[in-house]
Each structure stands twice: as C-alpha cells, then as structure tokens.
Design a protein around this ligand. Structure first.
Ligand code: B12
Length: 212
C-alpha cells in the first residue's frame, strides 16, 4: 500500500487520529501539501459516497469519515495557504446554500481558492440569500461561490442570483456554482456566470471571472 492509499483507508475507516498522524508523517517525508487532495482525500470521499449510494455506509459512518478527512485537511490548510500567499486575487464570498449542510467540497474549494491568492469570506452551510447579499456588500466581494449537494437545495442558488439582482449588485459580482448535482446547463439556466466540476476547475474559473 502506498502512503496515499493508507491515508485513503484511514479516512474511509473514519480513523481521524490515524489520518492526522499519517498526514504529519507524509509531510515529513516530503510529500507536497497540494498532492493530498487529488491523491487521497477526494478519492477517499468518493469511495465513501459510493458506499453510501450502495447502502454499505449509513450517515454515522459518513460523518466519521468526513471527520477523518477534516483531521487531515486541517493540517494541510495553513500550509497550502502559506505556500502561495500572494497579493489578493480578489474577494470571494462562499457558502453552501440554504437547507444544505454538506461542506466538505465547499471547504476544499475555499481552501484551494485561498491558496491561489483569493481572500475568502466563508459563510459556512445553510446560508440564506440575504446573508450572501450582506457579505458581498460589506466586503465588496467580486465573486460569489455557491455549493449545493442536494437536488432539493440547488434551487436556492437561483434565489441567491435573484437576491443579488434585487439588491442592485448583480453587475458587480460574478457568481460561480458547483457541487455534485450541479451542471454547466444548470448554471446557465439560473443566470450564474460559471460552473466548476472540482476544486482545480473552481480556481481556473475564479481566475477567469476575476479578470473578465
Ligand atoms: C458526506 C455526505 C454527507 C454528510 C455531510 C458532512 C459534511 N460536513 O459535508 C452528512 C452525513 C451530514 C450528509 C447528510 C445528508 N445527505 Co449526504 N452525502 C455525503 C456524500 C457521501 C459525500 C459528499 C462529499 O463530501 N463529497 C466529497 C466532496 C469532495 O465532493 P463534492 O462535495 O461534490 O465537492 C467537489 C465538487 O462538487 C466541487 N464543488 C463543490 N462545491 C463547489 C462550489 C463551487 C463554486 C465550485 C466551482 C465547485 C464546487 O468541488 C469539490 C471538490 O472537488 C454524498 C455522496 C456523493 N458522492 O456526493 C452524499 C449525498 C450528497 N447526500 C445525500 C443525501 C440524500 C443526504 C441527506 C438528505 C441524508 C438524510 N436522509 O438525512 C442529508 C442531508 C443533510 C442536509 N440538509 O444537507 C445524497 C443527495 C441525493 C440528491 N440527489 O439530492 C447524496 C448524493 C448521497 C446519495 N447518493 O444518496 N451527507
């Protein structure tokens, strides 16, 4: 088993202390912080998702695995941010939309954007459109990044687009959306400016939108 496979297994098994210890060890061995997400954390959570779909895992197992993924990413976060600390590429208000509590993907996207030089205002989960409008106004943000993992909460992305328009802010911000059920077609249909399938795509899109 490679180190990345060991870490994947620790996350799937929900062993947060092992995930933390392995992450520390791997960093000491010279593995770069940016390698952990594509090679261990994201594939591990994909596998957790597969098991949930096939009813091998239920919510408690999923939560315990998510906690283990967090134990690893909490160590990586300051390193990723430190590695690329540069002049701010712009301010991004991000959050998971109202009714939705999934934040693993949103946190990865936020972390990657932060490491790419964006200033992040993370509003967390279950965020109302009003809260997003307030944060955009207060922080003079140029970008909004919305996440939704449920087909039933995707529609709340549309409410955010509408609320920003109603507040007269729509031409001052670019809106990007993502999350497992979200598609490019959905982004267009609700009047968002773009869709990203994963965290690297989110960074690329944010760079494009920030300079557009
Ligand atoms: C972990 C998880 C949970 C955890 C969440 C813990 C947490 N802190 O996030 C818990 C146990 C709480 C949970 C609860 C529920 N869940 Co859940 N959950 C998952 C699971 C297994 C993994 C999600 C995940 O973290 N994936 C890993 C990350 C890295 O991927 P990601 O989120 O897609 O993010 C990536 C991209 O989408 C993208 N991205 C994400 N956001 C953004 C934003 C922008 C701007 C951009 C550009 C890109 C981007 O980049 C990310 C990084 O690459 C998925 C299954 C799956 N495979 O998606 C089900 C899943 C999303 N859950 C599901 C369901 C049904 C629920 C519950 C309703 C279950 C229940 N009966 O109670 C509740 C809802 C609670 C709520 N109100 O939100 C369904 C949704 C079905 C649907 N079509 O709507 C899924 C698909 C499982 C399934 N197949 O049934 N869940």
């Amino acid at each position: 088993m490679t180190r990345f496979e060991e870490l994947q297994q620790a996350i799937i098994d929900g062993k947060a202390p092992v995930a933390k210890e392995l992450t520390d060890k791997m960093l000491k061995e010279g593995i770069r912080p940016g390698e952990f997400f594509p090679k261990a954390i994201i594939p591990a959570m994909d596998e957790v998702g597969r098991r949930m779909r096939e009813c091998e895992f239920f919510i408690p197992e999923v939560l315990i695995a998510a906690r283990a993924a967090r134990a690893s990413s909490d160590i990586l976060r300051p390193l990723l941010v430190g590695a690329d600390a540069m002049a701010s590429a712009g301010t991004v208000v991000c959050g998971t939309v109202k009714g939705d509590l999934h934040d693993i993907g949103k946190n990865i996207v936020a972390m990657m954007l932060e490491s790419a030089g964006f200033k992040i205002i993370d509003l967390g989960v279950d965020v109302t459109a009003e809260k997003i409008v307030d944060a955009v106004r207060t922080n003079q943000a140029g970008l909004v990044a919305l996440s939704a993992l449920l087909t039933t909460t995707m529609v709340n992305m549309k409410s955010v687009v509408e609320a920003l328009s109603a507040a007269g802010l729509r031409d001052k911000v670019k809106i990007m959306v993502g999350g497992a059920p979200v598609t490019d077609a959905w982004a267009h249909s609700i009047g968002a400016d773009g869709y990203g399938k994963d965290a690297p795509a989110a960074v690329e899109l944010a760079r494009q939108l920030a300079t557009a």
